[in-house]
Design a protein around this ligand. Sequence first.
Ligand code: DGL
Length: 272
Amino acid sequence: MNGPHIGVFDSGFGGLTVLRALLPLIPEARYTYLGDTARLPYGAKSRQTIARYAVSSAKFLEDQGAEMLVIACNTASALAMDELKASTTLPVLGVIEPGAEAAAAATSNSVLVLATQATVQSHAYLHALHKLGLQATEKACPLLVPLVEEGWIDHTVTEQVARIYLTEALDEAHAAGLTPGTALLGCTHYPLLRPLFTRLLAEMNPTPVTVIDSAETTAHKAAAMFPLSQPAIQSSFQLEFYATDSTQKFQALGSRFLGQPLPEVKLLDLGG
Ligand code: DGL
């Protein structure tokens, strides 16, 4: 196999959903994935800190020989894209525009963006959706990342928390005169809660709401940069994983996001 070397970066293992979508589209690529788990959550940090962490992570991937960077982290894509692009000559693809495009393909109604505090405060999704002619409201759901990190995917506490966030989010959208047709999961961890969001929104909203995330669209955008890629026929891929905190936890929880067991995960120290 002689494909491109793609560096995939997230603050943790949620970005593995993007890698999962990339694998069948660019099967011949070599992938190096970095989860900056020691410094997660990015979503509660300032723009400067997020940019510093993201740039040091991207530099590591470039040093490993990556020829392209996929920023699978919504928070880093929303707040650090300028710094990331300024720090490297490699092509850098984030998840915000692909996520907004996925929403535009799914709805002509308004969009409900669910994301981390930092992503919501940046209004990156709002601006990207406005550019595509869509109206949107945004809701920060900060408690969901630690719940997913804990593996509480089907837990009643997670359901209660999600219900509270969605009630507030729908109330805010309705108060703004909007009727969301799509919920955009603007955080790497939320796709694991997609069945829960889908069920709750069907219960809570009088009209149907399509739940989407940016993983698939981001992967298709990346694939478009390598037009010679063939559909996957092999079952093994060239994968290398790095985490900045417990590799055991990364391996155990990461398999849920990747949809297959992870091989060895190497420990990396990027400092503070
Ligand atoms: N990866 C982050 C995102 O997609 C979620 C986890 C974090 O806050 O670091 O926004």
